[in-house]
Design a protein around this ligand. Structure first.
Ligand code: SAM
Ligand code: SF4
Length: 360
């Protein structure tokens, strides 16, 4: 079932609406001058784990299978997005590796020639079943991988993800470490009383496998709406804990990257922190999102969605005009982007969709 009101080119916020027909040439620039280069495509809302900060154990309202975009539909949107300057397509979910035709999706997107040359195909995954699929994914054109691992303790992993599958994740990480994909990034959400005593161990683990650990501040995106600002582990706390073990030196040149980076003991190892709550990077955000059921979003925390499915399936577009209509909707979505998400503001409202249904 759809979780929020769906609109075609009209914002649900109080700001002035933007017409979907407001198409123009050139890159996807919003009203704050941010040029959009990154499209995150959620391939499914389903997952092999049930991380407490992302999904409830039971009672998920899954997207109807018929509403999930086909590979042809995803590629059609990706081609238009690439023609408007999108350079990186990050495949996510839910768990993207659950998609039966994942190799085909990677292959077809990797073939797209963007406005400024070949595009990059990246993936964020929980690592389960990665070992078996990685050679085919690399052959298909996958260029970058982020693997999520919040703990290296088996019992904790089972409690946190409600599935006893840490060995499968280790296997996926080992396969990625042995591959040519670099940089290899490991993501960990820092959580009080869950893994905040393990931050140094997680960084050491990443170093041992030749990866870079990036800690993520927990965001209010859990489907159970249990997030609590008062108990979340902040960037400052993460840095303080790491600072007890290593000398931390800020790495300059962050650009539009969500993670701030620190060099450990003079290098070469580095650690990243994505402080979406206490130090948001909205001012440099260059991302758009496409949900598995064909809704464009300009922010994780957006209350509005821009309905591509109506164009792709509903006769909302006439033959010969579809690419132009998709482009106009992408542009409209970008123009509707607010300057920031305001999680720390008392008036903040959590979007109805959980992280697994938006695409992290
Ligand atoms: N299943 C894949 C995975 O876990 O890597 C891809 C989808 S997951 C939604 C993408 C990323 O979002 C993961 O690194 C996960 O830890 C992160 N994430 C999920 N819920 C979050 C939350 N409430 N706050 C911060 N990060 C979250
Ligand atoms: Fe699944 Fe990723 Fe959400 Fe964990 S964070 S439940 S692995 S989608």
């Amino acid at each position: 079932m759809r979780a929020v009101p769906v609109v075609i080119g009209v914002r649900t916020s109080s700001a002035a609406p933007v017409a979907a027909t407001k198409a123009a040439t050139g890159p996807l620039v919003d009203t704050h001058g941010r040029v959009h280069r990154d499209l995150r495509i959620s391939l499914t809302d389903r997952c092999s784990l049930r991380c407490t900060y992302c999904m409830p154990e039971q009672g998920n309202e899954w997207l109807a299978r018929t509403s999930i975009l086909s590979t042809d539909e995803i590629v059609e949107v990706a081609e238009v997005a690439a023609s408007l300057g999108i350079r990186t397509f990050r495949l996510t979910g839910g768990e993207p590796l659950l998609r039966a035709d994942i190799v085909e999706v990677v292959r077809r997107i990797a073939r797209i020639e963007g406005a400024e040359g070949p595009v990059e195909v990246a993936m964020t995954t929980n690592g389960i079943s990665l070992a078996a699929k990685l050679p085919q994914l690399i052959d298909a054109g996958l260029t970058r991988l982020n693997i999520s691992i919040d703990t290296i303790n088996r019992q904790r992993f089972a409690d946190l993800t409600r599935r006893d599958r840490l060995d499968d994740v280790f296997e996926g990480i080992a396969a990625a470490a042995a591959s040519e994909l670099r940089p290899l990034k490991l993501n960990a959400v820092a959580m009080r009383g869950v893994n905040d005593d393990e931050l140094v161990d997680l960084v050491s683990f990443a170093m041992d496998v030749g990866a870079e650990l990036r800690f993520i501040e927990q965001m209010p995106l859990d489907a159970g709406h249990t997030w609590d600002r008062a108990t979340m582990v902040t960037r400052e706390e993460i840095l303080a804990k790491l600072g007890e073990r290593w000398q931390l030196e800020p790495v300059p040149g962050r650009g539009g990257a969500p993670a701030e980076k620190w060099r450990l003991d003079g290098g070469p190892h580095e650690v990243g922190v994505i402080a979406s709550v206490t130090a948001p990077f909205c001012g440099a955000c260059d991302r758009l999102r496409l949900t598995a059921d064909g809704q464009l979003r300009n922010c994780l925390f957006s209350m509005a969605e821009y309905d591509l499915t109506a164009l792709l399936r509903g006769g909302g577009s006439v033959p010969g005009q579809r690419a132009g209509d998709i482009a106009a909707l992408l542009r409209s979505c970008v123009l509707g982007k607010l300057p920031g998400h305001a999680i720390d503001d008392p008036s903040f409202l959590q979007p109805a969709r959980g992280m697994n249904a938006i695409g992290g």
